[in-house]
Write a protein that binds this ligand. Structure first.
Ligand code: GDD
Ligand code: MN
Length: 385
């Protein structure tokens, strides 16, 4: 078995030698290579060449003058240029422990998986190295939303945002990928059906330098989600819209025959919530109905949630209008949008949640996860990433 470790780099010169040293200690020199795909404007290429001179594991460098597709584009270029049966993708800043690379490869070989994901959200894995509560919240929320949008393809992947994973080269159809932004694993898993197995790991602190993630990458991520999927979520939205129109029609009809408007509103809500459930079963989650939960169970979960949500929205609206300067119609629009997303995530992640079909860490069940350093090495003056 041969392996190409692909490391995308953008201004990582103080990290290169340490990464090559630790990878060299973890990998057999025969059948392994380290491939840097570099878009740097600093002296990272020189640092890579210097490490190549002493490293026992062969080190290759692709320096791109036109950094098309950013981090994800670099990874795809690395996969194209790889010589190994397996590609391991990892960051160049030592937030991903090099010592886990042989574990990922062993798991891949031992399980027949196409992709082995190093996950921060399985077993004893952790995202301790993410700087600040804000980034953790954003990271966890994006994982929940993404898994809700791709319930089936991501059924065995708890961390589609990770940048650390191994790929069986022959399983990947590279030409289907449209790399943009930071989330290349999501791109790979969403475009094809692949067999995914996971290994826990602890995402550590950067060895040196600063993170390149910024608000622009967040926007890229939203664009990527839109490009990958407007199927299931838009069907869900369409059925919600049909329900809203039906709600008004029923209410108008009942009032016309003399029913009190409040009673009419309640009857309309009950009919649309129940009707919505059956439309959703038929058109949105039809492929996930067979995931083992009984119809009555799904009905109770879905209708219960929608009823509570409908009840909770009014006091929320009241609070926003009372305590913020937001005008009431705008506040209602915001609560409706938030409610839509929460309702969608709940249905995809709870009511129709696909069951895992591959075991977690099958080879090393019970073993401690491999950790990246959580502390910066002493003497490192670099600011926290
Ligand atoms: N070639 C290339 N081109 N590499 C890049 C670019 C680029 O435009 N932008 C960033 N990189 C490299 C960095 O040099 C580093 O090796 C790696 O990609 C990750 O970038 P960081 O700046 O360290 O990002 P992060 O730590 O905030 O993000 C990490 O965590 C995310 C999960 O929260 C990365 O692992 C992401 O891949 C991961 O999604
Ligand atoms: Mn990083």
């Amino acid at each position: 078995m041969s392996t190409t470790v692909i490391v995308p780099t953008y201004n990582e010169s103080p990290n290169v030698a340490e990464l090559v040293r630790r990878l060299g200690a973890a990998l057999p020199p025969d059948g392994s290579e380290i491939l840097f795909v570099d878009d740097s404007s600093d002296d990272t290429p020189a640092a890579i060449r210097a490490s190549a001179a002493w490293s026992e594991v062969p080190v290759r460098l692709i320096h791109r003058d036109a950094p098309v597709g950013g981090l994800s584009g670099a990874v795809v270029e690395g996969i194209r240029a790889s010589a190994g049966d397996w590609c391991v993708v990892m960051d160049g800043d030592l937030q991903h422990p090099p010592e886990l690379v042989p574990v990922l490869l062993e798991t891949g070989a031992g399980t027949g998986a196409d992709v082995v994901v190093a996950s921060r959200h399985v077993g004893d894995g952790s995202n301790a190295g993410l700087s600040g509560v804000g980034r953790k919240v954003v990271s966890n929320a994006s994982i929940a939303l993404t898994r809700a949008m791709f319930p089936s393809r991501l059924r065995n992947c708890t961390d589609p945002m990770t940048g650390f994973f191994a790929l069986r080269r022959a399983a990947i159809e590279i030409d289907t990928l449209r790399p943009q932004g930071f989330k290349i694993l999501l791109e790979i898993l969403a475009r094809q059906r692949l067999r995914v197995v996971e290994e826990p790991f602890i995402f550590g602190a950067r060895f040196a330098g600063e993170s390149k993630a910024d608000f622009r990458q967040g926007l890229r991520f939203v664009q990527q989600l839109a490009a990958l999927r407007f199927g299931r979520m838009s069907r869900f939205g369409l059925i919600g819209a049909v329900g809203a129109v039906a709600n008004l029609a029923i209410m108008a009809g009942l009032i016309a025959v003399g029913v009190d408007y409040l009673v009419a509103a309640v009857i309309a809500a009950v009919i649309t919530i129940v009707g919505n459930f059956f439309l959703q079963e038929a058109f949105v989650f039809h492929d996930l109905r067979a995931e083992g939960r009984h119809l009555a169970h799904r009905f109770a979960q879905s209708v219960g949630f929608n009823a509570l949500e409908a009840l909770a929205r009014l006091p929320l609206l009241y609070l926003i209008v009372q305590f913020t300067p937001i005008p009431s119609v705008l506040a209602q629009a915001v609560t409706l949008v938030v409610a839509f997303i929460v309702r969608y995530v709940y249905h995809a992640r709870v009511v129709y949640r696909p069951r895992r079909t591959t075991p977690i860490s099958p080879l090393l069940a019970g073993a401690k996860p491999v950790a990246a350093a959580l502390e910066r090495p002493s003497g490192s003056a670099a600011p926290a990433a």
